[in-house]
Design a protein around this ligand. Structure first.
Ligand code: NOJ
Ligand code: CA
Length: 702
């Protein structure tokens, strides 16, 4: 009797019209999410073991025609359920991934309008999304604002790159208090953006935050389809708010019918190593549709006619005496790549449309995606590459000219398929960010943001068309990864940060490489293009000048370049340097040849955010393990526990390491290779030079 009275009292308390609250926990009970409707306004908060992660924060959407779905609600219904299943990605960092979460679905009403908010709480964080079903009382589903907030604490600090900015995601990271996220602060600390006055102050996601209470979080989104990218804007006093990239007419998202937003995600970890183990983003995406076969998508390694344009500057993309993509050279590269068992060879600058000033203005670069330049004999190259079992990695630099590309898309993909191409690297260099040209509905030219819904939908078109022709896409200047590679495995890799290329024509500095794993790489694989061996005296002042630019250096060491193949996950990894540079260090090149690109498991052996990181990964096809360890500008001696190795087994470990004299700045190419026997009781001490690293191959003997 007592119990029943209490039960009704709780119900009355919690559902009195426009006030309601409920809670759910993660399966391990450590994370608690509270949903509250307070005087008609929906909000949420999160704690982990009594530590605040997000304090009370608003939720809601504003639609066109004065539909405010952020207040004046009544509670209608709430449902809880749980889910626990494992699934296996076609390729990835883990053979099997556990998807274990508790779910809460709250439905609210406002006059006759309905809004549902769905939450999933995992052991490694939470995701939530908005659902606005088709309904009589809403005629226009266009979104003009999302007011999701993340109420953190003004003392928490963030690692971030600016949104609404000139070079998409290609910036070094700033580390500031969260209220300081602004172009002004970025200009003071990292790079001058004072000229870049379009758009608001906001950060791109994933946005990594270290809370003053010791918790690490990453705010991002999952399953970004037919929507606009979310950025995170500071509102003062530790409050962050979702800001969507608008269309040129100001609308944030155009929706013809019901709304299903991407998941807003908060990965939560007790330390920086745990953050790197999260599979939350993939768990908030779906397996491929049952009738879709993606078994033809294969991970692999590739070389490229690339660094000689962007790095050594001895060749050109465009027709000239020094044109890189000529048949003779392509054949030489195919021979080298095939001899060393690579899957692919990227060839850039093969098609018509390149000219020296091609880059960046966003004004009508008439690339053809089917017509080859005169010195590129595609038929011959296609036949030769098939004989040598190398796939050409095709290249489509669009210059951000979307209509020009879409007009040729199917023909181009058909041609590539016929030529035996299995992968395409696509590119969208078009600076100033709000510079994507499209024809307006009433004629005239309109310019859209690189990360708005127009581009999200373009990328989707490309990925679906590519699947039709069994092509996998490596995207440069992409939209961030939100886990779509689970549903569309041919979305195989992407850039989406400052990659190695900048060390060719400018510099990333020595500390960027240890920022990436804790920021950009939290969203998914990156085509960083590691493996530069000639780290100084590599760049010519001009193609044909014969003069070396003494100031150009890649701020790394050879051992670190090897370690990056383990530390940075990508199912397509490039060996980015020239064959002639690899020929000088064939013993070190062995590591690149042997390192797998598809894994069964990963262990974070140690890490300190943006300072150092050691990852061990187990090969999916053998009993062998690989370890990569990298450091920032500081040298370190690290003791590595190897207790993840099999019991009672011996491993022979080949260690590629910096020497005591190696230094990223003035002695980057000195390394030592040592072979020792180890088992799971061993503790291995490794030395990493300033800006250096170590790479280890552990072959199981018995
Ligand atoms: C930028 C890409 O990131 C780079 O890899 C490519 O070579 C150039 N664009 C030219 O397409
Ligand atoms: Ca780029």
């Amino acid at each position: 009797m007592k119990f029943i009275t209490l039960f009704f009292a709780i119900i009355l308390l919690s559902c009195s019209n426009n006030n309601y609250k409920t809670e759910i926990s993660s399966p391990d009970k450590k994370i608690k999410l509270k949903f509250e409707l307070i005087n008609g306004k929906p909000s949420y908060s999160i704690i982990k073991l009594n530590k605040s992660v997000i304090s009370n924060s608003s939720l809601g959407l504003i639609l066109k025609e004065d539909i405010d779905l952020s207040q004046k609600f009544y509670f209608l219904d709430s449902k809880k359920s749980n889910f626990n299943e494992s699934w296996s990605p076609l390729m990835g960092e883990f053979k099997s991934i556990e998807n274990n979460h508790n779910k809460l679905k709250v439905t609210l009403s406002q006059n006759k309008k309905i809004l549902t908010i769905e939450f999933k709480v995992f052991n490694d964080g939470i995701g939530f999304r908005y659902l606005v079903p088709n309904q009589e009382s809403i005629k226009n589903y266009d979104i003009i604002n999302e007011i999701t907030q993340f109420n953190i604490s003004k003392n928490d600090s963030a690692w971030w790159v600016p949104a609404f900015s000139y070079r998409r995601y290609e910036f070094l990271y700033a580390n500031t208090k969260i209220d300081e996220i602004s172009k002004k602060k970025f200009s003071e600390l990292v790079e001058d953006l004072s000229y870049d006055t379009l758009g608001i102050n906001a950060a791109q996601t994933p946005l990594t935050i270290k809370k003053e209470n010791g918790i690490y979080i990453s705010i991002h989104e999952a399953n970004l389809i037919n929507f606009s990218s979310m950025t995170i804007a500071p509102k003062g006093e530790g409050v962050l708010e979702a800001e969507l990239y608008p269309w040129s007419d100001g609308t944030k998202v155009k929706s013809e019918k019901n709304i299903k937003s991407p998941w807003r995600t908060i990965q939560i970890a007790d330390n920086s190593s745990e953050l790197l183990m999260s599979n939350l983003i993939l768990n908030l995406n779906d397996d491929p549709q049952k009738n879709k076969d993606y078994s033809w998508v294969k991970p692999g390694k590739y070389m490229g006619i690339w660094w000689e344009m962007i790095g050594t500057n001895e060749s050109t993309w465009w027709p000239s005496k020094h044109h890189g993509a000529n048949t003779k050279k392509v054949i030489e590269y195919i021979d080298f790549a095939s001899k060393h068992n690579f899957e692919g060879l990227l060839v850039e600058g093969w098609n018509e449309g390149w000219y020296p000033e091609w880059c960046c203005t966003g004004n009508g670069i008439p690339f053809s995606f089917t017509k080859s330049l005169d010195d590129f004999n595609f038929d011959r190259i296609s036949k030769y590459s098939k004989d040598k079992e190398i796939s050409i990695v095709g290249h489509h630099e669009t210059g951000g000219q979307i209509e020009n590309y879409e007009n040729q898309l199917e023909e181009a993909f058909k041609l590539y398929q016929k030529m035996g191409v299995k992968y395409i690297k696509t590119g969208y260099v078009n600076d100033v960010s709000k510079n994507i040209k499209r024809s307006g509905e009433n004629g005239g030219i309109i310019r859209e943001w690189h990360h708005g819904q127009y581009m999200i939908n373009h990328f989707h078109k490309v990925i679906e068309m590519a699947a039709k022709y069994k092509l996998s896409i490596i995207k440069h200047e992409p939209i961030k990864d939100t886990g779509l590679r689970r549903t569309y495995p041919n979305f195989i890799s992407r850039e989406g940060a400052k990659g190695q290329e900048f060390n060719g024509f400018s510099s990333n500095g020595v500390n960027h490489a240890t920022d990436l794993p804790f920021t950009r790489l939290l969203s998914g694989p990156m085509d960083y293009t590691p493996g530069i061996f000639q780290l100084n005296n590599f760049r010519y002042t001009n193609p044909g000048s014969g003069k070396i630019d003494k100031n150009a250096i890649v701020p790394s060491t050879i051992a670190k370049e090897l370690a990056l193949y383990v530390v940075y996950y990508s199912p397509m990894q490039m060996a980015a340097d020239l064959p002639s540079h690899y020929k000088k260090h064939l013993e070190a090149f062995e590591f690149i040849k042997n390192v797998p690109v598809n894994w069964e498991n990963k262990i974070i052996i140690n890490s300190k955010i943006s300072e150092y990181l050691t990852i061990a990964r187990k090969d999916i096809d053998s009993d062998n393990w690989y370890i990569g360890s990298i450091t920032d500008e500081k040298s370190r001696s690290l003791k590595l526990r190897l207790d993840f190795l099999d019991d009672n087994s011996n491993y022979s470990a080949k260690i590629y390491k910096d020497s005591e004299k190696t230094h990223w700045k003035n002695n980057p190419m000195e390394y030592e290779i040592e072979t020792v026997n180890l088992n799971n009781k061993s503790e291995l001490e490794v030395y990493l030079a300033p800006g250096g690293g170590v790479a280890i191959e552990l072959i199981k003997n018995n």
